[in-house]
Design a protein around this ligand. Structure first.
Ligand code: PBG
Length: 331
């Protein structure tokens, strides 16, 4: 008790503070989300995500070399589909020569050691902007799961290391696992978005991929019938435990900062690595505040990243990964 115990004693110097620091950030913590588009020599900045780009596969190849030099080890690919290739079934999603499939091969050609994680959900391929097949005003579960299985196998065939279903359909983890195994892809893993909330923080991402749900009659206006209610906590643990049981290899919580309690809750409940997705809206907010000079950008994003570690995240999918890797290399 005070005055014998003085907590400030261990905060008196930088060396001492480092010595007793409980959590650290390393380059191995990061997953780098990347957006690919058709074309050559395309590098378009995403308006609501300053410093993030839609890249054609040739530009992606250069990007992978840069990420490799920074010792980053994993990328999470999202493909922006041309409108002409969208339908309600998502057939383009398992085209063996589709943009995603070509992008996977390009990453592996640039660096065979780079881990390729791929987004598995129908929204970029859906005329309605939904993560599943729409019929009668609903997003159908089981037919969507069948589509996700084909998509996953096709990504595996192109060379993906882990598929990352972000759709929140029930039962997709076990079905994807069975589909991968049936095709001989036992070693391809599943990073499941286990607790993904129906969040306002995905706005900039939907700009990036032009994948927002459309406003039309008899089409659900939002994703609340499959993504989780932000008010719920117990349900997140249930989702995580079910995905673990179904054979997921890594579980993800999404979004990040407003859901740190969920990260900790899930981490305590499961025996798998837990990832968190620091999403587009969180990135945009920090940039907007920094542009106005209202926040110290560098300190703020680094603080956010270490908070994910403290909350229990083993991995962080973040648009700040490249900047953080540069920072870590320099310090
Ligand atoms: C869609 C998907 C979304 C994100 C990743 N996969 C958006 C959504 O569910 O509408 C969001 C990522 C981000 O905001 O950075 N399957």
């Amino acid at each position: 008790m005070y005055p014998i115990i003085r907590n400030r004693r261990l905060r008196t110097s930088s060396a001492l503070r480092s010595l007793v620091q409980e959590n650290t950030l390393t380059v191995d913590d990061f997953i780098v989300p990347l957006f690919v588009v058709e074309g050559t020599d395309v590098k378009e900045e995403i308006l609501s995500m300053p410093g993030q780009y839609r890249m054609s596969v040739d530009v992606l190849e250069d990007e992978i070399r840069e990420l490799t030099a920074l010792k980053l080890k994993a990328v999470l690919l999202f493909a922006k589909t041309d409108d002409t290739k969208k339908d309600n079934a998502g057939a383009e999603a398992w085209n063996p020569n589709g943009l995603m499939q070509r992008a996977i091969k390009i990453v592996k050609a640039a660096n065979s050691e780079m881990l390729v994680l791929t987004d598995v959900a129908l929204d970029p391929f859906s005329i309605y902007g939904h993560d599943g097949i729409v019929s009668g005003g609903k997003v159908l579960n089981d037919p969507t799961v069948e589509a996700l299985c084909k998509m996953s196998v096709s990504h595996a065939r192109a060379g993906a290391d882990l598929v990352a279903p972000s759709d929140m359909m029930d039962g997709r983890v076990i079905e994807i696992r069975k589909a991968l195994d049936a095709e001989g892809f036992e070693d391809v893993g599943i990073l499941s978005y286990a607790a993904k909330y129906a969040s306002a923080f995905y706005g900039p991402f939907r700009d990036a991929l032009d994948s927002a749900p459309v406003d039309a009659e008899n089409i659900p206006k939002d994703k609340k019938s499959y993504q989780m209610n932000p008010a719920n906590r117990v349900e997140a643990v249930k989702e995580a435990l079910m995905d673990q049981e179904e054979g997921a290899d890594i579980l993800m919580v999404k979004p990040g900062l407003p859901y740190l309690d969920i990260v900790r809750e899930v981490k305590n409940a499961v025996q798998l690595p837990v990832a968190v997705y620091h999403v587009s809206g969180e990135y945009a907010m920090l940039h907007a505040a920094a542009e106005k000079g209202w926040i110290d950008y560098e300190r703020a994003y680094l603080e956010q990243l270490i908070c994910f570690k403290r909350a229990g995240a083993d991995l962080i999918a973040t648009y700040f990964a490249k900047k953080a890797a540069k920072h870590l290399q320099a310090h």
